[in-house]
Design a protein around this ligand. Structure first.
Ligand code: GLY
Ligand code: MN
Ligand code: MN
Length: 433
């Protein structure tokens, strides 16, 4: 809780005086008729209070340099709790979440109208599709209609996202511990997949081996839908059908990560379904691995992911040229981005409460430089699909290797190193367990 109160205080320091900042939670999403998807909290809301129920809203009020934290959440309700589960309610919220006050979410309009008295600035990301958009608009419209009585003084809307997301970009030491754990658990899931994989299994059967290991390690959720892609399916970047049989002689690409206390792991490993790389598979795999190791070696404060990607692209193009998979002049292939037929995504992204976390890569001329406390993925890949214009022997080979990296003052720490990635280590693990 100290972590959350500190975050609220630091965030409030960025607010103008006489302001209100409004952070809606997520709502439950219907899957079909009477069934819902498993609930996932809004990351910004969670970051500021750690409360994990739907239908809630956190409000920070800063007046005369004094900050008040108020929560709107669901009322205790015996019948609803018998049917649908426990609710914290208002009284317990005040003590457990260390906030100043709590009101039932049903009273949002009435209470918020009062809280807006003497407020000059409303911090809320307008038009961002948050759950309380409509109800907030109703409150403001109704206050404006009464404005002759001088009730509303707010004169500007500001967006809280820039300053909050800048905070989220830098992981505190408590967050770093959670990310280490997310990385470790994710790695164990991939180890199990390597140990259990057999020709003839369906891709989703292997998917559940990984997710079973996540559960055994104490975490229930995946950070995103797992990708388990055999053979040519690996060339579909966001393949999540996962319903085809794994073929003897093919590679399988698995991109899966556990979510631990809200924090994402994001690992990709590619390995042979039968435990042994063919000659061509090994050649492409080693090239991707060399690119990934080169990238990781360069991760440190002061450099950008876009800058590191330039090194990766050069190495990859040299390799693909040597193999005859790309043809022509190296500099032209790079400047005309011909490699994008085989490597069509970025090198990595920020990671944290969201797998694709807040924070922008910037542009190649004005990139975001890495700083200690940030966390990123490094995930180069080469995808040679069946319809590529190359010799047949390369076709159907898709390889990506992805790890999660914390930037430290002196360089970096790989959070997901517990799953093997050299050809030798993968083959040994698959053959001898
Ligand atoms: N798993 C999503 C990604 O690697 O970006
Ligand atoms: Mn991934
Ligand atoms: Mn990723």
């Amino acid at each position: 809780m100290t972590e959350f109160t500190t975050r609220r205080q630091l965030f409030a320091d960025t607010l103008l005086n006489n302001s209100i900042a409004i952070f809606p939670s997520n709502q439950e999403l219907t899957r079909s008729n009477d069934t819902e998807f498993r609930f996932r909290q809004n990351s910004d809301f969670y970051y500021l209070c750690g409360f994990n129920e739907p239908d809630a809203c956190l409000v920070l009020i800063k007046k005369e340099e004094c900050v008040k934290t108020i929560l709107f959440n669901r009322k205790k309700d015996k019948t609803a709790e018998i049917w649908h589960g426990y609710r914290l309610g208002q009284e317990a919220a005040i003590t457990e979440l260390q906030i100043d006050d709590a009101f039932p979410i049903d009273d949002f309009e009435v209470q918020l109208s009062q809280l807006l008295t003497d407020i000059e600035n409303i911090y809320y990301p307008v038009l961002s599709g948050l759950s309380l958009d409509q109800r907030l608009q109703n409150v403001l419209t109704s206050l404006r209609n009464k404005s002759r009585s001088g009730l509303i003084t707010a004169n500007q809307f500001l967006n809280w996202q820039p300053q909050l997301h800048e905070m989220r970009l830098f992981k505190s030491s408590a967050e770093q511990d959670l990310m280490r754990k997310a990385g470790e658990i994710s790695a164990l899931g991939h180890v199990r997949a390597m140990q259990r994989c057999k020709p003839g299994m369906l891709e989703f059967q292997l998917e559940l081996e990984i997710e079973y290991e996540f559960a055994k390690q104490g975490t229930r959720d995946v950070a995103y839908s797992s990708i388990v892609a055999g053979g040519n399916n690996a060339c579909i970047l966001h393949y999540t059908e996962n319903d085809k049989p794994l073929q003897n002689g093919d590679l399988v690409l698995i991109d899966a990560g556990a979510e631990y206390q809200g924090y994402a792991g994001d690992i990709t490993r590619t390995f042979p379904v039968n435990g042994r790389f063919s000659e061509e598979q090994a050649i492409i795999y080693q090239l991707v691995l060399d690119c990934q190791l080169l990238a990781i070696e360069n991760v440190k404060p002061g450099i950008s992911v876009l800058g590191i990607n330039k090194l990766v692209v050069r190495k990859m193009c040299e390799g693909l040229l040597n193999l005859g998979i790309m043809k022509g002049d190296l500099e032209t292939l790079i400047s005309e981005e011909k490699y994008k037929s085989f490597y069509m995504h970025g090198l990595g992204h920020f990671i944290g409460l969201d797998v694709h976390d807040v924070g922008e890569a910037g542009t190649i001329d004005n990139p975001r430089l890495l700083e200690a406390g940030m966390a990123i993925t490094i995930e180069p890949g080469i995808y040679i699909s069946h319809d590529a214009d190359v010799e047949d022997r390369w076709k159907g080979i898709g390889v990506r290797i992805e790890d999660d990296i914390l930037i430290t003052t002196t360089g970096h720490e790989v959070l997901t190193s517990a799953v093997p990635k050299t050809i030798k280590d993968i083959e040994t693990l698959m053959q001898h367990g």
